[in-house]
Design a binder for this molecule. Structure first.
Ligand code: HEM
Ligand code: HEM
Length: 193
């Protein structure tokens, strides 16, 4: 069989590492912010403080990983798509991927602004190693608390959009693997020796 075109190993590592972290962050966010999810995931009220700290630090780590991943993506072309793939499917995939990159930036940024809006809160600690600076929200808008609430709503909205896109994304992988059988999944899996 001809060797299958694959993503670069760096792209593959970043994709799966970030996929695990993002799905974990989504569940963690819901566990903290939504009582029904909290009960479902067995969150105890006393643990909430440390869950928030873990969510914020891991979200900031994801922001850094996203910057690295976008820089890598801009300098390394993905493998060519199979010639038989209809143009509209290729365009839909490109649109979903672009939106997912947007969310990988938008979610941490809205989180960082939301957490910065209240100056009495302690700074975001990166797992106790160092603190991130607080963004001076009050220098840009008159109503910093209102901006914080807007960012909170935006963060929740973007997280819902992420869940929808992820369902489309995983649905597309199942479609390629089971119906088209065009080996799309193996493009994102390291080659076997
Ligand atoms: C890829 C990164 C991130 C993902 C996927 C994510 C996901 C989520 C989700 C799903 C929620 C629950 C939304 C709701 O139902 O209200 C949430 C809440 C929250 N997130 Fe994130 N988040 C990310 C990054 C961040 C960052 C970087 C920060 C702060 C530095 C942050 C701060 C918060 C806070 C404070 C809440 C709770 C809001 C509340 O209690 O109403 N998030 N996040
Ligand atoms: C179980 C979950 C997941 C599966 C099975 C999966 C699978 C895949 C596969 C097979 C590809 C390659 C598509 C191609 O060949 O063009 C891909 C690409 C991609 N995935 Fe995922 N993925 C998952 C989770 C995620 C998550 C959580 C994100 C981010 C929110 C994500 C973002 C992306 C992006 C942006 C690309 C395009 C890469 C590029 O061209 O730069 N994926 N995924």
């Amino acid at each position: 069989m001809a060797s299958q075109a694959r993503y670069h190993t760096v792209s593959i590592i970043l994709h799966w590492l970030m996929a695990v972290l993002i799905i974990g962050m989504w569940l963690l966010g819901k566990a903290m912010a939504d009582d029904d999810w909290g009960a479902l995931l067995g969150v105890v009220a006393e643990d909430k403080g440390s869950l928030y700290a873990l969510h914020k630090a891991t979200g900031m780590l994801l922001l850094c990983l996203t910057v690295v991943r976008m820089a890598w993506r801009m300098t390394h072309k993905p493998p060519a798509l199979p010639a038989a793939l209809p143009k509209h499917i290729a365009m839909a995939a490109a649109a979903v991927h672009a939106l997912m990159y947007g969310l990988m930036l938008g979610l941490p940024l809205t989180g960082w602004i939301m957490s910065s809006a209240n100056p009495t809160r302690p700074p975001i600690s990166q797992y106790g190693l160092f603190d991130w600076p607080r963004l001076p929200v009050e220098n840009f808008v008159a109503d910093a608390a209102g901006a914080g609430r807007l960012m909170n709503q935006s963060h929740e909205f973007l997280s819902t959009l992420l869940a929808l896109l992820l369902a489309l994304h995983v649905g597309a992988v199942v479609y390629h693997t089971v119906i088209r059988r065009d080996g799309m999944l193996s493009r994102m899996v390291p080659a076997r020796r």
